[in-house]
Design a protein around this ligand. Structure first.
Ligand SMILES: [Mg+2]
Length: 344
């Protein structure tokens, strides 16, 4: 029998975070604690409006969790089947529950999850650090603040995309990734931007156009000199063969797939289709980022900077080492430790 407790927590951000869809100063995450036999596993849901999720909708899923629902926590298929039965969508809630089960299983077996899964290393790729949309005049300062991170990810889809990139390139020659967050609305607009970015030494572009514009994006893929990565176009439930017509790679996020196990399957499936794999995150805290970091051990790119953007982290876990690499620890379970009494 598992006892589930959950707690909604408001997490302020270090800086207002702006992307093509809007701005945020804080996020509402919901943490779960799953207890049985004196062992507690933890999970985090970071609901996202883009996928019609809120802290309230996530909490609704946790309310329907039954203490006898998970009969065998070591049977991952059964665990995912039970969690899947709680709701049709609400994938961030499902991700949190599965995280808590895996954390519990690792602690019960006194083994880190990355070791249970035979990870090749405890060090993932270098993570990119995100620079949100801002006034071009403020960009140089943001590049300075990000000086400890070797790769920048720049949010575009604003009225002044080119000025932002010109300011970035005046300030640094670091590798730069671009994320348009569906911000370019026609093939002509997107191709103009892609040609400009190709001249600015940009490594890759995430989600140039709305996910509904698959046909348009297949045209972009044929013409783009820069690899294109699907984020909003890839939730974890699309056909990867079809997606590979429009993209060179996919950004896998736990809050979209709703499951670390499913994410691992998608990494393998992406390889079959010749797709590059990025492990990304929502704006979220160290607990969810630690689970994402485990997946990144098998990925080409890591964009796991949620925990670096927030000013409150109730858990410790993954760290970004001095060279920028995502680095796990050898603690049992996911590798997280609670350091605030959030469940009291
Ligand atoms: Mg993205």
């Amino acid at each position: 029998m598992f006892r589930l407790t959950y707690k909604q927590v408001r997490i302020p951000l270090k800086r207002t975070f702006t992307i093509s869809r809007g701005s945020r100063d804080a996020i509402d995450v919901v943490y779960v604690a799953l207890e049985s036999e004196g062992i507690t596993g933890y999970g985090e849901a970071a609901p996202n409006h883009r996928y019609n999720e809120t802290a309230e909708s996530v909490t609704g899923v946790f309310k329907s969790f039954e203490s006898g629902g998970i009969k065998n926590p070591f049977d991952s298929l059964h665990v995912n089947e039970y969690i899947g039965s709680l709701h049709q969508s609400e994938f961030s809630a499902k991700a949190a529950l599965e995280m808590a089960v895996l954390d519990w299983v690792g602690k019960k077996l006194k083994t880190p999850v990355h070791r249970l899964w035979n990870a090749p290393s405890i060090t993932g790729p270098k993570t990119s650090f995100t620079i949100g949309i801002d006034e071009p005049s403020l960009i140089a300062g943001k590049v300075k603040e990000a000086e400890g991170y070797p790769i920048l990810k720049v949010k575009l889809g604003s009225p002044y995309d080119r000025e932002i990139i010109e300011e970035i390139r005046k300030a640094t020659d670091k590798p730069v990734l671009v994320d348009a967050n569906e911000g370019w609305k026609t093939v002509d607009e997107a191709m103009d931007n892609i040609r400009f970015l190709a001249g600015m030494n940009i490594e890759l572009i995430e989600q140039p156009m709305p996910s509904s514009m698959h046909a348009e994006m297949t045209i972009l893929k044929q013409q783009s000199e820069i690899p294109l990565i699907a984020d909003e176009s890839f939730t974890g439930r699309e056909d990867l063969g079809t997606l590979s017509d429009a993209f060179h790679g996919i950004n896998i996020k736990l809050m979209k797939t709703g499951s670390m196990r499913v994410a691992m399957q998608k990494i393998a499936e992406a390889r079959i289709h010749g797709l590059k794999v990025m492990i990304g995150c929502m704006v979220e805290t160290s607990l969810a980022d630690t689970a994402s970091a485990i997946l990144s051990l098998w990925a080409d790119y890591a964009d796991i900077d949620g925990h670096l953007l927030v000013s409150r982290n109730p858990f410790t876990g993954v760290v970004v080492n001095k060279d920028g690499y995502v680095t796990l620890n050898d603690l049992d379970g996911l590798g997280v430790e609670l350091k605030e009494d959030i469940f009291d």
